[in-house]
Write a protein that binds this ligand. Sequence first.
Ligand code: TXA
Ligand code: MG
Length: 345
Amino acid sequence: MIHTRYLPADRPDTAAIAADIIKNGGLVAIPTETVYGLGANGLDEAAVAKIFEAKGRPQDNPLILHICGPEQIELFCHHIPQRAYDLAEAFWPGPLTMVLPAKERVPRRTTGGLDTVAVRCPDHALARQIIRLAGVPIAAPSANISGKPSTTTARHVLQDHDGKIDAVVDGGPCRVGVESTIVDLTEERPRLLRPGGIGPEELIAVLGDLVVDRAVTGELDPAQVVKAPGMKYRHYAPQEPVVIVSGSREKAAAYIRRHFQPGDRVLCFEEELPLYRDCAPLSYGREADVNTLSAGLFAALRELDDPTVSQVYARCPTGGGVAYAVQNRLKKAAAFHIIDAEEEP
Ligand code: TXA
Ligand code: MG
């Protein structure tokens, strides 16, 4: 066990202390606009190894390098297409990560052995100040233990890592609440690897083109879902099974109320709470304002990660923009288990 320092945002030397820890090869959880990241010097193999150990993360799962702005892309990437700068101009600082060919100086431990590296400039002033003061790119995955719902508050970070990391910087709850959108720019056509805070429509408006990777739409291939072990897709998930119930408010409520057993919980929109009065409902935000859903999703999934809960029935928003990312995270949490209440008798 080590002592994990708690560094509040209003302490004047917070950024300097965090940057010093990073420079010295330590681990600091930092706030970003999406989720908290577990940061270390992305150019220091030994420091990066500590991230994998603290998270229990598979070694071949690459990390994102957090940088201060578009001018730093060329420090770590080569063969940078113009569209990378177009995206940075449109969305940085912000929840967009780009995958580009990696320069030699980026350790392969950081890239999970790949010749490409993911870069992003977070829209959080304190995070950028820490990167600037550290003078190195900060490699940071989401600060959850691998497989668990991501961390959107400093308290979540301490739940997972108190006594294992050097410090946590408390920058308040994350504004976006789901991780960044990831676009791979290393092929001829730009490819969406993970939906996030920037919607696919917004990307297409800048790029004029976008391929959606199969990893995003894995649920569309029923043969694969049946063949693959459920655990392969489970991520962001509480310990008990999660089932998404789609369809109209009324049909979904009828289905859930018919199947609900004591010990189950319902994860729903605030507007639906009255429909589930006897079904232990938990709201994660308002359906009418999808930003409240993205901001509240992971905190709610963490609250439901409780051994006394036997099953969760979840309601999922429809539509594009950040709703597309909320759908993606919920489907992964549910291991793509979706029941269409409109088709149930
Ligand atoms: O919003 C975010 O992106 C947050 C905050 C902390 O910045 N970070 C985050 O990191 O979500 P993480 O490690 O939880 O997710 C990064 C994802 C992983 O799925 C990883 O496989 C993928 O990015 N990734 C990283 N480098 C890649 C690369 N070179 N090629 C393809 N995928 C990559
Ligand atoms: Mg993650």
